[in-house]
Write a protein that binds this ligand. Structure first.
Ligand SMILES: Cc1ncc(COP(=O)(O)O)c(C=O)c1O
Length: 337
Protein backbone atom coordinates (compact mmCIF):
# COMPACT_ATOMS: atom_id res chain seq x y z
CA UNK A 1 0.00 0.00 0.00
CA UNK A 2 2.95 2.29 0.65
CA UNK A 3 4.18 1.62 -2.87
CA UNK A 4 0.76 2.44 -4.28
CA UNK A 5 0.81 5.65 -2.27
CA UNK A 6 4.31 6.53 -3.55
CA UNK A 7 3.28 5.75 -7.14
CA UNK A 8 0.33 8.14 -6.93
CA UNK A 9 2.50 10.83 -5.39
CA UNK A 10 5.03 10.43 -8.18
CA UNK A 11 2.18 11.10 -10.64
CA UNK A 12 1.27 14.22 -8.70
CA UNK A 13 -1.97 12.62 -7.46
CA UNK A 14 -3.36 12.80 -4.00
CA UNK A 15 -5.85 10.00 -3.65
CA UNK A 16 -7.39 9.11 -0.32
CA UNK A 17 -9.64 6.07 -0.72
CA UNK A 18 -9.21 2.31 -1.09
CA UNK A 19 -12.07 0.07 -2.22
CA UNK A 20 -12.41 -3.25 -0.41
CA UNK A 21 -15.12 -5.88 -0.97
CA UNK A 22 -17.20 -6.98 2.00
CA UNK A 23 -15.75 -10.50 1.80
CA UNK A 24 -12.25 -9.24 2.66
CA UNK A 25 -10.25 -10.35 5.65
CA UNK A 26 -9.93 -7.71 8.37
CA UNK A 27 -6.22 -7.37 7.65
CA UNK A 28 -7.09 -5.65 4.35
CA UNK A 29 -8.94 -2.60 5.68
CA UNK A 30 -6.51 -2.54 8.60
CA UNK A 31 -3.57 -2.29 6.20
CA UNK A 32 -5.20 0.42 4.11
CA UNK A 33 -6.14 2.38 7.23
CA UNK A 34 -2.61 2.06 8.65
CA UNK A 35 -1.31 3.60 5.45
CA UNK A 36 -3.64 6.55 5.93
CA UNK A 37 -6.38 5.59 3.47
CA UNK A 38 -10.10 5.83 3.93
CA UNK A 39 -11.67 2.41 3.39
CA UNK A 40 -14.75 2.16 1.18
CA UNK A 41 -16.52 -1.21 1.52
CA UNK A 42 -18.07 -2.68 -1.63
CA UNK A 43 -21.04 -5.05 -1.35
CA UNK A 44 -20.30 -8.14 -3.40
CA UNK A 45 -22.92 -10.88 -2.97
CA UNK A 46 -20.41 -13.66 -3.61
CA UNK A 47 -18.23 -12.35 -6.38
CA UNK A 48 -17.46 -8.72 -7.02
CA UNK A 49 -19.27 -7.14 -9.97
CA UNK A 50 -17.71 -4.61 -12.31
CA UNK A 51 -20.83 -2.45 -11.84
CA UNK A 52 -20.32 -2.24 -8.07
CA UNK A 53 -16.68 -1.23 -8.54
CA UNK A 54 -17.60 1.28 -11.26
CA UNK A 55 -20.18 2.90 -8.97
CA UNK A 56 -17.55 3.48 -6.26
CA UNK A 57 -14.60 4.31 -8.51
CA UNK A 58 -13.72 7.99 -8.73
CA UNK A 59 -10.65 10.22 -8.97
CA UNK A 60 -10.02 9.90 -5.26
CA UNK A 61 -9.66 6.10 -5.26
CA UNK A 62 -6.04 5.02 -5.04
CA UNK A 63 -6.62 1.29 -5.27
CA UNK A 64 -8.89 -1.68 -5.08
CA UNK A 65 -7.82 -4.43 -2.70
CA UNK A 66 -9.07 -7.89 -3.63
CA UNK A 67 -8.50 -11.49 -2.64
CA UNK A 68 -8.73 -14.05 -5.42
CA UNK A 69 -10.27 -16.54 -4.97
CA UNK A 70 -12.13 -14.58 -2.33
CA UNK A 71 -12.74 -15.71 1.22
CA UNK A 72 -15.85 -17.61 0.08
CA UNK A 73 -13.56 -19.79 -2.01
CA UNK A 74 -15.05 -18.27 -5.19
CA UNK A 75 -12.94 -17.17 -8.14
CA UNK A 76 -13.46 -13.47 -8.81
CA UNK A 77 -14.64 -14.14 -12.34
CA UNK A 78 -14.92 -10.45 -13.30
CA UNK A 79 -11.40 -9.68 -12.21
CA UNK A 80 -9.98 -8.72 -15.60
CA UNK A 81 -12.82 -6.37 -16.38
CA UNK A 82 -12.56 -4.91 -12.88
CA UNK A 83 -8.78 -4.38 -13.14
CA UNK A 84 -9.20 -2.68 -16.52
CA UNK A 85 -11.86 -0.43 -15.07
CA UNK A 86 -9.75 0.56 -12.05
CA UNK A 87 -6.73 1.20 -14.29
CA UNK A 88 -8.77 3.24 -16.74
CA UNK A 89 -9.69 5.57 -13.88
CA UNK A 90 -6.14 5.92 -12.64
CA UNK A 91 -6.20 3.41 -9.78
CA UNK A 92 -4.15 0.31 -9.00
CA UNK A 93 -5.15 -3.17 -7.87
CA UNK A 94 -3.70 -4.86 -4.82
CA UNK A 95 -4.24 -8.59 -4.35
CA UNK A 96 -4.15 -10.31 -0.98
CA UNK A 97 -2.33 -13.56 -1.74
CA UNK A 98 -3.74 -15.52 1.19
CA UNK A 99 -5.65 -17.80 -1.19
CA UNK A 100 -2.90 -18.43 -3.71
CA UNK A 101 -3.23 -22.12 -2.88
CA UNK A 102 -6.07 -22.20 -5.41
CA UNK A 103 -4.20 -20.54 -8.29
CA UNK A 104 -0.53 -21.47 -8.04
CA UNK A 105 0.64 -23.06 -11.27
CA UNK A 106 -2.73 -22.42 -12.92
CA UNK A 107 -2.87 -18.70 -13.59
CA UNK A 108 -0.63 -15.67 -13.16
CA UNK A 109 -2.02 -12.76 -11.12
CA UNK A 110 -0.21 -10.25 -13.38
CA UNK A 111 -2.18 -11.56 -16.37
CA UNK A 112 -5.40 -10.84 -14.47
CA UNK A 113 -4.39 -7.21 -14.10
CA UNK A 114 -3.07 -7.26 -10.53
CA UNK A 115 -0.38 -4.63 -9.82
CA UNK A 116 0.79 -5.68 -6.35
CA UNK A 117 0.42 -8.93 -4.51
CA UNK A 118 1.80 -10.37 -1.32
CA UNK A 119 2.46 -14.07 -0.90
CA UNK A 120 1.60 -15.64 2.44
CA UNK A 121 4.53 -18.05 2.35
CA UNK A 122 3.35 -19.66 5.57
CA UNK A 123 0.13 -20.67 3.79
CA UNK A 124 0.84 -21.57 0.20
CA UNK A 125 4.47 -22.54 0.56
CA UNK A 126 5.05 -25.37 2.99
CA UNK A 127 3.59 -24.38 6.35
CA UNK A 128 0.08 -25.60 7.08
CA UNK A 129 -2.45 -22.78 7.16
CA UNK A 130 -3.50 -22.10 10.70
CA UNK A 131 -0.18 -23.29 12.05
CA UNK A 132 -0.06 -20.12 14.11
CA UNK A 133 3.03 -18.60 12.57
CA UNK A 134 5.63 -17.38 12.14
CA UNK A 135 4.80 -15.99 8.71
CA UNK A 136 6.40 -14.06 5.89
CA UNK A 137 4.84 -12.01 3.12
CA UNK A 138 7.14 -11.04 0.28
CA UNK A 139 5.49 -8.73 -2.23
CA UNK A 140 5.49 -8.93 -6.02
CA UNK A 141 4.86 -5.84 -8.16
CA UNK A 142 4.55 -4.88 -11.82
CA UNK A 143 7.50 -3.22 -13.57
CA UNK A 144 5.73 0.12 -13.15
CA UNK A 145 5.94 -0.14 -9.37
CA UNK A 146 9.42 -1.61 -9.22
CA UNK A 147 11.20 1.74 -8.47
CA UNK A 148 9.10 2.03 -5.31
CA UNK A 149 10.09 -1.33 -3.77
CA UNK A 150 11.42 -1.10 -0.21
CA UNK A 151 15.12 -0.85 0.48
CA UNK A 152 17.45 -2.52 0.00
CA UNK A 153 16.88 -4.67 -3.04
CA UNK A 154 19.17 -7.52 -4.04
CA UNK A 155 21.00 -7.09 -7.31
CA UNK A 156 22.78 -9.90 -9.11
CA UNK A 157 26.12 -8.99 -10.64
CA UNK A 158 27.76 -11.85 -12.51
CA UNK A 159 27.87 -14.71 -10.04
CA UNK A 160 27.53 -12.57 -6.93
CA UNK A 161 24.84 -10.54 -5.26
CA UNK A 162 24.84 -7.16 -3.59
CA UNK A 163 22.36 -5.00 -1.70
CA UNK A 164 21.31 -1.83 -3.49
CA UNK A 165 19.99 1.08 -1.43
CA UNK A 166 20.53 3.78 -4.00
CA UNK A 167 16.94 4.02 -5.18
CA UNK A 168 15.49 7.52 -4.79
CA UNK A 169 11.84 6.59 -5.42
CA UNK A 170 11.77 3.74 -2.92
CA UNK A 171 9.30 3.79 -0.02
CA UNK A 172 12.36 3.31 2.17
CA UNK A 173 13.45 0.66 4.53
CA UNK A 174 10.90 -1.53 6.25
CA UNK A 175 11.27 -2.63 9.81
CA UNK A 176 12.40 -6.20 9.22
CA UNK A 177 14.12 -6.57 5.88
CA UNK A 178 15.08 -10.21 6.37
CA UNK A 179 11.63 -10.95 7.81
CA UNK A 180 11.12 -14.49 9.18
CA UNK A 181 14.20 -15.81 7.46
CA UNK A 182 13.51 -19.47 8.29
CA UNK A 183 10.15 -19.28 6.54
CA UNK A 184 11.78 -17.80 3.43
CA UNK A 185 14.30 -20.64 3.32
CA UNK A 186 11.63 -23.23 3.89
CA UNK A 187 9.47 -21.78 1.10
CA UNK A 188 12.45 -21.67 -1.23
CA UNK A 189 13.33 -25.29 -0.50
CA UNK A 190 9.69 -26.26 -0.99
CA UNK A 191 9.51 -24.55 -4.39
CA UNK A 192 12.74 -26.19 -5.54
CA UNK A 193 11.74 -29.64 -4.37
CA UNK A 194 8.20 -29.48 -5.79
CA UNK A 195 9.10 -27.99 -9.17
CA UNK A 196 6.53 -26.29 -11.39
CA UNK A 197 4.53 -29.48 -11.96
CA UNK A 198 4.56 -30.37 -8.28
CA UNK A 199 3.25 -26.94 -7.28
CA UNK A 200 0.47 -27.21 -9.84
CA UNK A 201 -0.42 -30.64 -8.53
CA UNK A 202 -0.59 -29.26 -4.97
CA UNK A 203 -3.08 -26.63 -6.18
CA UNK A 204 -5.18 -29.24 -7.92
CA UNK A 205 -5.22 -31.43 -4.81
CA UNK A 206 -6.14 -28.49 -2.56
CA UNK A 207 -9.12 -27.73 -4.82
CA UNK A 208 -10.07 -31.40 -5.11
CA UNK A 209 -9.92 -31.88 -1.33
CA UNK A 210 -12.14 -28.87 -0.63
CA UNK A 211 -14.66 -30.04 -3.21
CA UNK A 212 -14.60 -33.57 -1.81
CA UNK A 213 -15.52 -32.16 1.61
CA UNK A 214 -18.17 -29.99 -0.02
CA UNK A 215 -19.73 -32.97 -1.79
CA UNK A 216 -19.82 -35.04 1.38
CA UNK A 217 -21.31 -32.32 3.62
CA UNK A 218 -23.66 -30.57 1.20
CA UNK A 219 -27.18 -31.49 2.25
CA UNK A 220 -26.26 -31.80 5.93
CA UNK A 221 -24.91 -28.26 6.30
CA UNK A 222 -26.27 -25.20 4.54
CA UNK A 223 -24.18 -24.02 1.60
CA UNK A 224 -24.84 -20.29 1.16
CA UNK A 225 -23.07 -19.92 -2.19
CA UNK A 226 -23.77 -22.55 -4.80
CA UNK A 227 -21.15 -21.41 -7.32
CA UNK A 228 -18.20 -23.72 -7.89
CA UNK A 229 -15.78 -23.28 -5.02
CA UNK A 230 -12.03 -23.64 -5.20
CA UNK A 231 -9.66 -24.48 -2.35
CA UNK A 232 -12.10 -23.81 0.51
CA UNK A 233 -15.78 -24.27 1.14
CA UNK A 234 -17.96 -22.22 3.45
CA UNK A 235 -21.05 -23.51 5.20
CA UNK A 236 -23.50 -21.58 7.35
CA UNK A 237 -25.38 -22.62 10.48
CA UNK A 238 -28.80 -21.29 9.48
CA UNK A 239 -30.24 -24.78 8.97
CA UNK A 240 -28.99 -26.25 12.25
CA UNK A 241 -31.91 -27.18 14.54
CA UNK A 242 -32.43 -26.91 18.31
CA UNK A 243 -30.51 -23.67 18.84
CA UNK A 244 -27.27 -25.27 17.69
CA UNK A 245 -24.72 -22.89 16.21
CA UNK A 246 -21.35 -22.96 14.54
CA UNK A 247 -19.53 -22.52 17.85
CA UNK A 248 -21.25 -25.67 19.16
CA UNK A 249 -20.21 -27.62 16.05
CA UNK A 250 -16.62 -26.44 16.44
CA UNK A 251 -16.51 -27.38 20.12
CA UNK A 252 -18.07 -30.77 19.40
CA UNK A 253 -15.40 -31.41 16.76
CA UNK A 254 -12.87 -31.24 19.61
CA UNK A 255 -14.66 -34.17 21.24
CA UNK A 256 -14.20 -36.11 18.02
CA UNK A 257 -10.49 -35.31 18.10
CA UNK A 258 -10.36 -32.64 15.38
CA UNK A 259 -9.00 -29.15 15.51
CA UNK A 260 -11.94 -27.07 14.31
CA UNK A 261 -11.61 -25.01 11.16
CA UNK A 262 -12.02 -21.23 10.99
CA UNK A 263 -15.42 -20.13 12.28
CA UNK A 264 -17.49 -16.94 11.96
CA UNK A 265 -15.42 -15.75 9.01
CA UNK A 266 -16.10 -14.46 6.40
CA UNK A 267 -18.51 -12.09 8.09
CA UNK A 268 -20.92 -12.04 5.15
CA UNK A 269 -21.98 -15.62 5.96
CA UNK A 270 -24.12 -16.20 9.02
CA UNK A 271 -22.36 -18.62 11.39
CA UNK A 272 -19.66 -19.36 8.83
CA UNK A 273 -17.76 -22.63 9.00
CA UNK A 274 -14.82 -22.28 6.65
CA UNK A 275 -13.17 -25.52 5.63
CA UNK A 276 -9.83 -25.34 3.86
CA UNK A 277 -8.27 -28.80 3.94
CA UNK A 278 -5.25 -27.88 1.77
CA UNK A 279 -3.44 -30.38 -0.43
CA UNK A 280 -1.88 -32.35 2.40
CA UNK A 281 -4.84 -34.30 3.76
CA UNK A 282 -5.37 -37.88 2.65
CA UNK A 283 -8.77 -39.18 1.61
CA UNK A 284 -8.85 -41.21 4.84
CA UNK A 285 -8.30 -38.10 6.95
CA UNK A 286 -10.93 -36.17 4.99
CA UNK A 287 -13.42 -39.01 5.41
CA UNK A 288 -12.86 -39.19 9.16
CA UNK A 289 -13.32 -35.43 9.40
CA UNK A 290 -16.50 -35.48 7.27
CA UNK A 291 -17.87 -38.47 9.21
CA UNK A 292 -17.45 -36.47 12.42
CA UNK A 293 -19.23 -33.45 10.97
CA UNK A 294 -22.05 -35.62 9.63
CA UNK A 295 -22.43 -37.29 13.04
CA UNK A 296 -22.54 -33.83 14.67
CA UNK A 297 -25.26 -32.67 12.25
CA UNK A 298 -27.25 -35.75 13.30
CA UNK A 299 -26.62 -35.09 16.98
CA UNK A 300 -27.91 -31.54 16.51
CA UNK A 301 -31.27 -33.11 15.60
CA UNK A 302 -31.40 -35.90 18.16
CA UNK A 303 -29.12 -34.90 21.09
CA UNK A 304 -28.48 -31.17 20.86
CA UNK A 305 -27.23 -31.11 24.45
CA UNK A 306 -24.11 -32.93 23.21
CA UNK A 307 -23.31 -29.88 21.11
CA UNK A 308 -24.28 -27.36 23.76
CA UNK A 309 -22.10 -29.00 26.39
CA UNK A 310 -19.10 -29.68 24.16
CA UNK A 311 -16.26 -30.12 24.58
CA UNK A 312 -16.50 -32.85 27.18
CA UNK A 313 -13.46 -34.86 26.15
CA UNK A 314 -11.03 -31.96 26.02
CA UNK A 315 -8.78 -31.02 28.93
CA UNK A 316 -10.64 -27.77 29.47
CA UNK A 317 -14.32 -27.03 28.86
CA UNK A 318 -15.52 -23.87 27.12
CA UNK A 319 -13.31 -20.91 27.72
CA UNK A 320 -14.21 -17.27 28.06
CA UNK A 321 -12.89 -16.54 24.57
CA UNK A 322 -12.94 -12.77 24.97
CA UNK A 323 -10.89 -13.01 28.15
CA UNK A 324 -8.60 -15.56 26.52
CA UNK A 325 -7.96 -13.16 23.63
CA UNK A 326 -7.60 -10.06 25.82
CA UNK A 327 -5.59 -11.60 28.65
CA UNK A 328 -3.92 -14.69 27.21
CA UNK A 329 -2.02 -16.94 29.60
CA UNK A 330 1.12 -17.55 27.64
CA UNK A 331 2.96 -19.63 30.22
CA UNK A 332 1.95 -23.04 31.50
CA UNK A 333 1.34 -23.08 35.21
CA UNK A 334 0.92 -26.33 37.08
CA UNK A 335 -2.52 -26.62 38.64
CA UNK A 336 -2.62 -27.38 42.35
CA UNK A 337 -4.25 -30.76 43.03
C1 LIG B 1 -7.94 -13.61 2.81
C2 LIG B 1 -7.02 -13.49 3.99
N1 LIG B 1 -6.23 -12.41 4.08
C3 LIG B 1 -5.38 -12.27 5.11
C4 LIG B 1 -5.29 -13.21 6.11
C5 LIG B 1 -4.31 -13.00 7.22
O1 LIG B 1 -3.20 -13.72 6.94
P1 LIG B 1 -1.98 -13.83 7.94
O2 LIG B 1 -2.39 -14.85 8.95
O3 LIG B 1 -0.89 -14.30 7.08
O4 LIG B 1 -1.77 -12.50 8.54
C6 LIG B 1 -6.09 -14.35 6.06
C7 LIG B 1 -6.00 -15.39 7.09
O5 LIG B 1 -6.43 -16.47 6.95
C8 LIG B 1 -6.98 -14.50 4.97
O6 LIG B 1 -7.77 -15.57 4.86
Amino acid sequence: MLMIHAWHQAQGNKRHKVLIPDTAHGTNPATAALCGYEVVPIASDGVLSAEAVAAAMDNDVAALMVTNPNTLGLFESNIREICELVHSRGGLVYCDGANLNALLGICRPGDLGIDVMHFNLHKTFATPHGGGGPGAGPVGVTAELEPFLPLPIIVKEGETYRLDSDRPESVGRLRAFASQFGILIRAHAYVLSMGAQGLKKATELAVLNANYVRARLEGSYHLPYKERSLHEVIFSDIDLPNNCHTLDVAKRLLDYGFHPPTIYFPLVVQGALMIEPTETESQLALDEFCDALLAIAEEAKTHPELLHQAPVNARTRRLDETLAARKPKLRWVRREA
